[in-house]
Design a protein around this ligand. Structure first.
Ligand SMILES: Cc1cc2nc3c(=O)[nH]c(=O)nc-3n(C[C@H](O)[C@H](O)[C@H](O)COP(=O)(O)OP(=O)(O)OC[C@H]3O[C@@H](n4cnc5c(N)ncnc54)[C@H](O)[C@@H]3O)c2cc1C
Length: 384
């Protein structure tokens, strides 16, 4: 036997990163998680702590001022923040989502315009694909962009945009050639100060209440011509390629929320007594805990494999990234619901964090493509 056998084991650097993010999350993010949820306010304390520690956008390459962290490391950061606060974990997660189209497809000049400000924590980035009438069928979007001399002029609106209003940079997908369907969609970097661009009111949501979700409006919004990301017509491909890289990060968020609920449940069942003993002594409770932990661990392994494959730049990431997101988010919903159950009546109150975790878990089954859409992606890959 070889005690140094490294296959299926995270390296020392990844484990050290987990330890550091966990310590920071427990000390500087967890104390505000209930308040952020209750008051539906942006987790400023989390932003400040993550920026100070260099964890807000770890994935940005060093040449653009970032940490150059790999995909597994980025998942670990998101997972550990989500373990204590789902809303706060959207800071690193959506920074990756908003900047990945630029990292994958933009010119070096545009990368230099946008990425250093995200890397330094000066601002955050958001990703604008969905529209009110174009969700699962995102390619049916109506927002238009036309070239007018040395500017692009955008008209239309985007919907459900995470961290909108806080972010200064937005990756926006818009139709540049309506006759070409998905091949007529282009991607743009829009700045909050661009003329004609405004942000709508916040949605009132079930969970992740600390993360603003807003509409974006473009009324003859005018941006310089060089803010197009890649060639005209490549925007939808870039959007989908981005999701191959970021669906594992939503899986990581789901794993973190589930682990948080499991940890809370483990602590509670040891304390709570009924029938003259700790409820952790009942086999019915033990079996629930075993199933919860088994599912969380399976989801975690799948998320890391998906992230590692994305990091290696493997082709055909469609199946594994959809599977990791879908499986982990289904696990998060099951495990958080079971955690509420193990708390009994107390689980149904805001005196304990498990009800928030259950509400926060639900969104992981919906965004970056619903889990029905993930299953369509998986099936398409299986049958091709
Ligand atoms: C809190 C929040 C944050 C979000 N953040 C962002 C963001 O930052 N950027 C962004 O671009 N978008 C974002 N979204 C949008 C999100 O990705 C969409 O809501 C999602 O893709 C589903 O689209 P929809 O809401 O229009 O639902 P619909 O597409 O209307 O789906 C309704 C139901 O029909 C099902 N369905 C649809 N088509 C099929 C099919 N072919 N087969 C089987 N079932 C189907 C769906 O699975 C779902 O159950 C966010 C959404 C929310 C709620």
């Amino acid at each position: 036997m070889d005690p140094n056998f490294g296959t299926y084991q995270l390296g020392e650097e990844h484990e050290a990163l987990r330890e550091a993010v966990r310590a920071l999350s427990e000390k500087e993010i967890a104390p505000y998680a209930a308040e952020v949820d209750e008051q539906e306010r942006y987790p400023k304390e989390a932003l400040d702590a993550l920026v100070k520690a260099g964890f807000a956008a770890t994935h940005i390459p060093e040449e653009y001022g970032g940490e150059g962290a790999d995909s597994v490391a980025t998942c670990i950061v998101i997972e550990e923040v989500a373990r204590v606060c789902g809303s706060s974990s959207l800071i690193p997660a959506v920074n990756k989502l908003g900047t990945m189209p630029i990292i994958l497809s933009a010119s070096d000049d545009l990368k230099k315009q946008v990425l250093p400000a995200i890397a330094s924590g000066e601002t955050t980035a958001s990703y604008a694909l969905s529209e009110r009438e174009a969700g699962s069928d995102a390619a049916s979007m109506k927002t238009r962009a036309r070239l007018d001399g040395d500017h692009w002029v955008l008209n239309g609106s985007k919907c459900w945009i995470t961290n909108g209003g806080v972010s200064k940079w937005y990756t926006v997908m818009a139709v540049t050639d309506p006759d070409k369907g998905a091949n007529g969609i282009s991607a743009f970097a829009v700045h909050a100060d661009d003329p004609g661009f405004t942000v709508g009111p916040k949605e009132k949501k079930l969970g992740i209440k600390g993360s603003p979700t807003v509409e974006l409006y473009f009324e003859d919004a005018t941006i310089p011509a060089d803010r197009i990301i890649g060639e005209p017509g490549t925007g939808f491909k870039t959007a989908l390629k981005t999701l191959d890289h970021t669906r594992p990060t939503i899986g990581a968020q789901a794993v973190g929320i589930a682990q948080g609920a499991l940890d809370q449940a483990l602590a509670y069942v040891k304390e709570r007594k009924q029938f003259g003993k700790s409820i952790s002594e009942f086999q019915g409770v033990q079996f629930m805990l075993a199933d919860m932990a088994m599912k969380v661990e399976s989801a975690r392994q799948m998320v890391y494999v998906a992230a590692a494959r994305a990091e290696r730049g493997e082709p055909n990431l469609g199946f594994i990234s959809a599977a990791a997101k879908c499986f982990a988010s289904d696990v998060a919903m099951e495990v958080t619901t079971d955690a509420v159950q193990l708390f009994g009546g107390a689980g149904y109150t805001r005196d304990f964090p498990v009800e928030r975790m259950m509400r926060d878990a639900k969104i992981t089954q919906i965004y970056e493509g619903t889990n029905q859409v993930q299953r369509m992606v998986m099936a398409r890959n299986l049958l091709k």
